[in-house]
Design a protein around this ligand. Structure first.
Ligand code: NDP
Length: 485
């Protein structure tokens, strides 16, 4: 039987699809049915070599184009992505299992936003003139060189472009390795960039498990590494990159707090908590999974949350009515289920869900624990699934201290109608990305990233330009050189 999403070949290098069947097999499974939809191969040393050589070579002439010329190609790619939104969204749904209701609005569209935004900025990447009496200096913002992008499996199209668009805008080239669980979408991005007029080799995609990522990171030809992944992988990749003194961006995991005060609008707070825990079946790095609710409103909050959670439409991700899909893999489903078991065993109250939904795919129920205490496993470790933990709190100082009591610092949110309190609280949250009376908005104009163990650097916005370019300073003497020798 023909596989539903079989690409022309596993890798896209130097403007074309290429295969090497000697590579370890990567089976691509549709998470909603467990069906095998594509078979790919992990990159062999020969493929890795081709991808790096081609990207190294292509970068030099790409960097010589004006920013406006580079930007025009990125914006063209953005237009093509928008024209093909449905086709790309369906592919994203096959790759991840996320419902079409989400992917039609969030994935290819945010990839297009990134290409459009950084395409627009490309012509304005400049240095400065520094007057020094008769002499002067100037700075140039130059590319870093050959960049490696390594992606997690939750947003394969978006991650491919959040890394690729700023890298290319700044005159770098990129070799991108998607997660082996979601290998399909980045290939389409590489193909579309060529169609938009990008020179061959500036954006190559190769498949592989962690070992392929590790080889890319340690290769001396690579100048920069941008990883989206777990904190644990982040430490390995960061230390390997450090040995080569490489520039890094690390977008890692979180265990983020969402604080709901008793003066908050309850319906909005419930909406925020839903978005912070159930969107993409909870597989979002910035999720606000530790929901601190002021004691006086805890019961009403939980009651409304559960009433609304009961109505979540779970099912076939290709049905546009469906709001909640499967976990990305059987392994991830089992990891999440083991956290649910630990939550029960350690004494949290299972207030909603908590079960596997019997089907051929990897579905589990939206799950809510209440009476969670700070030392429980589900309070401390990133679950990466639709499991919300609700904690009680009494006052502001107490909740801020508890919210910050984690090694991670990706995101945080507060719901309150007291504007002073809102700012006072987010000011004290040890998190890179905060929300007031909202959760998980990530427009391309706004910097995104974490502090503490959640990462280094920022994606999106003008800040990403700083992470994909470097400064060169030129001192210019106008008179004679005054030397004591
Ligand atoms: P992993 O850390 O397991 O993997 C991330 C990527 O790194 C994969 O492509 C993986 O390949 C690769 N990799 C694994 N080991 C190495 C290595 N030693 N050297 C180089 N590359 C390696 O993360 P997941 O894919 O499981 O994604 C979930 C995690 O990503 C969560 O912790 C989540 O919070 C985080 N994340 C962070 C985001 C952010 O922006 N801050 C956004 C989205 C997710 P392979 O899969 O083949 O092992």
């Amino acid at each position: 039987m023909a596989l539903k999403c079989q690409p022309t070949a596993s890798h896209f290098i130097d403007g074309e699809y290429i295969e090497d069947t000697d590579g370890k097999i990567i089976e691509c499974i549709y998470p909603a049915t467990g069906e095998k939809i594509a078979k790919l191969h992990s990159a062999t040393p020969k493929i890795i070599e081709m991808a790096l050589e081609s990207a190294k070579h292509a970068q030099k002439s790409w960097a010589k184009l004006s920013g406006t010329e580079r930007g025009r190609i990125l914006r063209k790619a953005s237009d093509i992505i928008r024209e093909r939104n449905r086709e790309l969204s369906v592919l994203e749904t096959y790759d991840t299992g996320k419902p079409l209701q989400e992917t039609l609005y969030v994935d290819a569209t945010s990839a297009a936003d990134a290409l459009e935004y950084f395409g627009g900025l490309a012509g304005s990447i400049t240095g400065e003139h520094i007057p020094l009496g008769e002499d002067w200096a100037y700075t140039k913002r130059i590319p870093i060189g050959l960049c490696v992008g390594i992606g997690a499996w939750n947003y394969p199209t978006q991650i491919a472009c959040w890394k690729g668009a700023p890298a290319l805008a700044c005159g770098n080239s990129m070799v991108f390795k998607p997660s082996e669980m979601t290998p399909l979408c980045a290939l389409k991005i590489a193909e579309i960039l060529i169609e938009a007029g990008a020179p061959k080799g500036i954006y190559n995609v190769i498949q592989g498990y962690g070992d392929v990522g590790a080889k890319l990171v340690s290769d001396p030809r690579v100048d920069k590494v941008s990883l989206t992944g777990s904190a644990e992988t982040g430490k390995k990749v960061y230390s390997s990159a450090a040995l080569g003194m490489k520039n890094v961006t690390m977008e890692l995991g979180g265990k983020s707090p969402l604080i709901i005060f008793d003066d908050a609008d309850i319906e909005n707070a419930v909406s925020g908590a839903m978005l912070a825990n159930m969107y993409s079946t909870g597989q979002v790095c910035s999720n606000g999974t530790r929901v601190f609710v002021q004691s006086s409103i805890k019961e009403v909050f939980l009651k409304r949350f559960i009433e609304r959670a009961t109505k979540i439409i779970i099912g076939d991700p290709m049905d546009e009515e469906t709001q909640f899909g499967p976990m990305v893999s059987e392994k991830q489903r089992d990891i999440v289920m083991s956290f649910i078991e630990k939550g029960k065993a350690e004494g949290a109250t299972l207030a909603f869900g908590g079960n596997i939904i019997e089907s051929s795919g990897w579905f589990i129920e939206p799950t809510v624990f209440s009476d969670v205490t700070d030392e429980m496993t589900i309070a401390k470790e990133e679950i990466f699934g639709p499991v919300m933990s609700v904690f009680d709190f009494e006052n502001e100082d107490e909740v801020i201290a508890r919210a910050n009591d984690t090694d991670l610092g990706l995101a945080g949110g507060v719901f309150t109608n007291d504007i002073k309190r809102a700012h006072r609280v987010v000011d004290q949250l040890e998190a890179g990305t905060c929300f007031i009376n909202s959760y998980n908005d990530a427009p391309v104009e706004v910097p995104f990233g974490g502090i503490k163990g959640s990462g280094v650097g920022r994606e999106n916005s003008k800040a990403a330009i700083e992470h994909f370019s470097q400064l060169k300073t030129v001192y210019v003497r106008m008179g004679n050189v005054d030397s004591p020798y």
